[in-house]
Design a protein. Structure first.
Length: 227
């Protein structure tokens, strides 16, 4: 079935637009009629016990992986890098601690300020020596040593599957084709909401009479005079 689908995709690219539509109608009709060639597969059995355990321990395992991978990457870098003489002033924040916080922030999809709160919450679990402000987290990717640790983590994770994977591809599902398109779309929606809000507020001001204005009479009869 998948092989047949790939053939269809290849054929569609070679067809003119009108012929594509006709071919698609034929496929839809054959699916509805039950004549479409399809080799069914046996249903996959789900181990619900393992499924539950995976969800329960997902965050625990991820935190353990962050701690162990960053510690190993930092150790490997220090072993091959000659020690540098420390200059005057306050010692810099440990880049390994910053890397752990950045990976935690990515997992939780949090802002820099919230990431500082999560740092205080998971500091002991991640083996972070000291806390630091959200500004340090914000500037985390600007540090060369932090990026070096992240690159080393990629190498470590690749080593575990070396020789086992031959064919792979990147999965960009759910991501826009370009950042510009994504940004422009969001900005357009924001401006549209602002314009609609201003239009509603302007119309409400026109309809509502002022507090000190005399109410209009709905009567169609003659005006009453006061003597």
């Amino acid at each position: 079935m998948y092989h047949y689908a790939y053939i269809l995709v290849g054929r569609f690219h070679l067809m003119p637009p009108k012929q594509r539509g006709e071919e698609l109608k034929k496929i839809v009709k054959s699916v509805r009629d039950g004549t479409f060639e399809y080799d069914s597969k046996d249903p996959v059995k789900t181990d619900w016990a393992q499924y539950d355990q995976a969800h329960i321990y997902e965050m625990i395992n991820y935190l353990n992986n962050i701690r162990d991978l960053v510690n190993l990457a930092d150790k490997r870098i220090k072993e091959r890098t000659p020690p540098r003489k420390r200059g005057p002033g306050r010692p810099p924040t440990d880049p390994a601690d910053i890397t752990k916080t950045l990976l935690l922030q990515t997992y939780l999809e949090s802002s820099n300020r919230l990431a500082e709160g999560f740092l205080l919450l998971f500091q002991e679990k991640l083996g972070i020596s000291s806390s630091f402000s959200y500004k340090t987290i914000e500037r985390g990717y600007d540090r060369d040593r932090v990026n070096e640790i992240l690159d080393e983590i990629v190498l470590i994770t690749n080593e575990s599957v070396e020789g086992k994977e031959e064919t792979f591809s990147f999965d960009g599902t759910g991501f826009s084709s370009s950042k510009k398109e994504n940004y422009a779309d969001k900005r357009q929606k924001q401006n549209s909401k602002k314009r609609n809000k201003k239009a509603k507020s302007a119309s409400s001001v026109e309809k509502e009479p002022a507090d000190d204005s005399f109410p209009e009479s709905n009567s169609t009869g003659t005006k009453k005079r006061f003597s």
